[in-house]
Design a binder for this molecule. Structure first.
Ligand code: NOJ
Length: 522
């Protein structure tokens, strides 16, 4: 088990719930049939407990007109009726805590909905008390493009006020003006509202946008590739604001945590967001997420991440899928074997892994016919509902808001529960092993973690706790390799079940991944 002095978020496996697509409750259906609810999540907590995850991150459940399916918030301190009520939330939190599962909410500090009362007031005229709560200009201050819909300018003209406002995302998502201390204070209050209710932390949406160099135009490459003003939003002010946010979290007992969506595709820039232990507790690592499933490239990304974070005494995260990107099984070409290798990698790397709902089933993205596309950012495919069983509605009360993935008839929770060899059981075994094995919670320093020499074909590392040594081996190529320091280790979990319980001899197998143990005293 993890040492008792280690913060919970260092040993936890976090499971992302995208509430619209997770589950409905047959006993308490929500007002919009076919859309998941908080009661639906509560009803499935036993399943998550069985699976063995330690914490849930809920994508936004706050009041929202749903232009960006919850990332456009119109009240940070209430639950959207689609999902239920504050009482439903309190029930979910209590029930999760009763099972030892932490709950992290998704805080969206960069922008609100255009329906938020703050924006309604701000857009009224240039002199109202909230006139300066958003970023208003007589003319666009730069050439920035919104992240979506692709190609639209980030400056939106507002007829009512007769000025442009900044919106880095949809026109329904005006950016807050964090240069205004009243905005910062009001946003801190929204954190306190949920901290007082007992939440364990926050995933923080696009936190690298909290400080902005508005006077800089984007270079052509950003515009061509749709990156959107990335070089100019990593500002000293951003870090100051994160330190202030951290102070709010630290003023609460109980290790409240933060994980930032720092969408900067460079590990060094990402590492800065940990500050000196006074900014984010954790940051997502998108360079790793986007790496192809090639051992050489993965080893480079892992080495660089660990080297940078070791220097700072910071703790890595590992994530392969979420609600914004094609699922990793899809990205890696669809082969379930590669998805199993990826699971072994994800759940044995040193750091905090984040799983996205459905990855434990090995889901592929759904095919969305044009008439059912609903997301302006075109991310519907990875947001398909979880198929709970093989019935026509797969455990939902009504036809869900998005189509199921094509394999839902066979690749669903009930079918995989009934099959010991399924992906679902594979994840459960890995999660149980991880939880029970101190070496898999050990530090990232060179005493406890080392990447092993590798050819471009294979990725391998060793983690240690005392004399106990655990090896991870990932080789997607058909080629065998000399066993090296893995010789004599006993394979505990493998992509090929026939390898489990065997001892590594002189050769390492091709097209296989495993976790193996060797006691140093042997
Ligand atoms: C990142 C979120 O993950 C994404 O879903 C959302 O559309 C944008 N931020 C804007 O909030």
């Amino acid at each position: 088990m993890p040492s008792s002095s280690q913060e919970w978020w260092k040993s936890a496996v976090v499971y992302q719930v995208y509430p619209r697509s997770f589950a409905e409750s047959a006993d308490a259906p929500g007002p919009t049939l076919g859309v998941g609810t908080l009661a639906g999540i509560t009803a499935r907590l036993d399943h998550l407990s069985w699976l063995g995850v330690d914490a849930l991150w809920l994508s936004p459940v706050f009041r929202s007109p749903m232009a960006d399916f919850g990332y456009d918030v119109s009240d940070f301190c209430d639950i959207d009726p689609t999902f239920g009520t504050l009482a439903d939330f309190d029930r979910l939190l209590a029930q999760a805590h009763a099972r030892g599962i932490k709950v992290i909410l998704d805080w969206v500090p960069n922008h609100t909905s255009d329906q938020h009362p703050w924006f309604q007031e701000s857009r009224r005229d240039r002199t109202n008390p909230k006139a300066d709560w958003y970023v208003w200009r007589d003319e666009p201050a730069n050439n920035w493009l919104a992240s979506f819909p692709k190609g639209e300018p980030a400056w939106q003209f507002d007829e009512q006020r007769g000025q442009y406002y900044l919106r880095c995302f949809l026109k329904e998502q005006p950016d807050l003006n964090w240069d205004n201390p009243d905005v910062e204070a009001a946003m801190h209050d929204t954190l306190r509202f949920w901290l007082d209710r007992g939440v364990d932390g926050f995933r923080m949406d696009v936190v690298h946008l909290l400080g902005k160099a508005l006077t800089h135009d984007d270079p052509p490459i950003c515009r061509e590739r749709g990156w959107g003003h990335v070089p100019y939003n990593d500002q000293p002010a951003t870090h100051e604001r994160l330190r202030n946010i951290r102070r709010v979290l630290d003023s609460y007992a109980g290790d409240r945590t933060s994980v930032g969506e720092v969408y900067l595709l460079d590990e060094a820039a990402m590492a800065d967001y940990y500050g000196t232990g006074d900014e984010l507790h954790l940051s997502f690592n998108f360079r790793f997420l986007w790496a192809p499933f090639e051992p050489g490239e993965l080893a480079t990304r892992i080495r660089r991440t660990i080297d940078l974070l070791r220097e700072r005494g910071a703790w890595p995260t590992w994530v392969l899928s979420n609600h914004d990107v094609p699922r990793h099984r899809q990205r890696y070409g669809g082969d379930e074997m590669l998805a199993r290798m990826a699971a072994i990698m994800l759940l044995t790397l040193p750091g905090t892994p984040f799983m996205y709902q459905g990855e434990e089933l090995g889901l592929l993205d759904a095919v969305i016919p044009p008439e059912r596309v609903v997301d302006p950012g075109l991310r519907d495919r990875c947001r398909a509902p979880i198929p709970w069983d093989s019935s026509p509605l797969h455990g939902w009360v009504a036809e869900p808001w998005l189509p199921f993935a094509e394999e839902a008839g066979s690749r669903n929770v009930a079918a995989q529960l009934a099959d010991d060899g399924s992906m679902l059981h594979f994840y459960r075994r890995l999660l149980a092993l991880r939880r029970a094995t101190p070496a898999l919670h050990a530090d990232i320093d060179p005493v406890h973690f080392q990447l092993l020499d590798h050819s471009p074909d294979l990725l391998a590392w060793v983690r240690s706790s005392g004399s106990d040594r655990w090896f991870t081996y990932v080789n997607p190529s058909p080629r065998q390799h000399p066993a090296g320091s893995l010789r004599g280790a006993t394979i505990v979990i493998a992509t090929d079940p026939a390898l489990e319980g065997t001892v590594v001899n002189s050769e390492l197998p091709g097209r296989a991944a495993f976790v193996a143990r060797r006691d140093g005293t042997m």
